[in-house]
Design a protein around this ligand. Structure first.
Ligand code: ACO
Length: 280
């Protein structure tokens, strides 16, 4: 018999070497997302977002799953029994943290260690980089239990995958392995399970060395431009670069240019500049 998990235990996290490792923490329920978990995840993300000792956030799952999607009992059945108000509240709690993650002010990496279903595609898309174990399983299983892939899931597939692949994925309810998910554009990269942690750590370490403000502006730009024309994208880039200048961007750029042109201590084409030398 499983004991009921307290709300604050539905998400676990540690911060080590400027990397926050956040975990869906209901392994006994394959980390499916209950209202408690959704509330706690939003709290944890907000707590970590502006901490100086957090430069990169990794979202992963405890046990065999990344997340088995929404909780059919606690998210769907129980709220539907209570009525429309409860349904909307639960939707807002989950969509709320997916949205916070999409616009998170720090770089984020999804480390997909196992099952990833349906509602899990919201946070999957919310993370900037997605690295999975080759044997992870991705599925829009909604069709298998008689609903459509909602909560953002069908939009994620349509946004990231070639249309024919996305349509098949949504209609057939067949799972993709990590390797197939990589081939179809759903994730950044799949690696053998025993290399997952090392690969994610290497990416996080590389991100840590880059200028955090430039990373923020790059993230907004890449996400905002998705539905912009070329000219609007160009205009947005000008504005985002100018906004970046008011948050340390001007000093960072001046220092990087100095290191390249004057000090000749690095080449932008071959790596990143030494951000520790920026005069704040
Ligand atoms: N909602 C509610 N409970 C769940 C969910 C879920 N999404 N996923 C797993 N659980 C529960 C199981 O009911 C079971 O509970 P119990 O121990 O009290 O019986 C426990 O987690 C363990 O699950 P098992 O099915 O025994 O684990 P197994 O490793 O055999 O299978 C798998 C894992 C394939 C992920 C299976 O649990 C499953 O199909 N889950 C549902 C996946 C899904 O379709 N999610 C919904 C997507 S649609 C959406 O998110 C809107």
């Amino acid at each position: 018999m499983t004991t009921e998990r307290a709300e604050e235990d539905t998400v676990a996290y540690t911060v080590e070497n400027d990397i926050a490792w956040v975990k869906f923490n209901r392994p006994e329920k394959r980390n499916c997302m209950s209202p408690k978990l959704n509330r706690q995840m939003k709290k944890v993300l907000e707590e970590l977002e502006f901490r100086d000792d957090v430069k990169v956030l990794v979202l992963t799952g405890e046990g065999q799953a990344w997340s088995a999607g929404m909780d059919l009992q606690e998210y769907f059945r129980e709220n539907e029994a209570k009525g429309l108000g409860a349904v909307r509240k639960a939707q807002r709690e989950s969509y709320g943290w997916f949205e916070r993650l999409r616009w998170y002010e720090k770089p984020t990496i999804a480390m997909i260690n196992g099952w990833c279903f349906g509602g899990g595609y919201g946070p999957l898309f919310g993370c900037d980089i997605a690295i999975a174990s080759e044997d992870a399983q991705f599925g829009l299983s909604e069709i298998n239990w008689g609903i459509l892939p909602g909560g953002g899931a069908s939009k994620v597939a349509q946004e990231l995958m070639p249309f024919r692949k996305a349509m098949y994925h949504a209609m057939m309810g067949e799972n993709l392995t990590g390797k197939q998910a990589e081939e179809q554009g759903l994730i950044t990269e799949a690696v053998p399970a025993d290399q997952l942690l090392a690969r994610v750590t290497a990416i996080a370490e590389a991100l840590k060395k880059k200028d955090g403000h430039a990373l923020r502006a790059t993230k907004w730009t890449m996400r905002r431009m998705v539905d912009m024309t070329y000219d609007n994208g160009l205009e947005y880039q000008i504005r985002a670069q100018e906004a970046l200048h008011s948050f340390g961007g001007a000093e960072a750029r001046r220092e990087a240019t100095r290191q390249f042109l004057d000090e000749k201590s690095f080449k932008p084409g071959l790596g990143t500049f030494d951000t520790s030398k920026i005069n704040s």
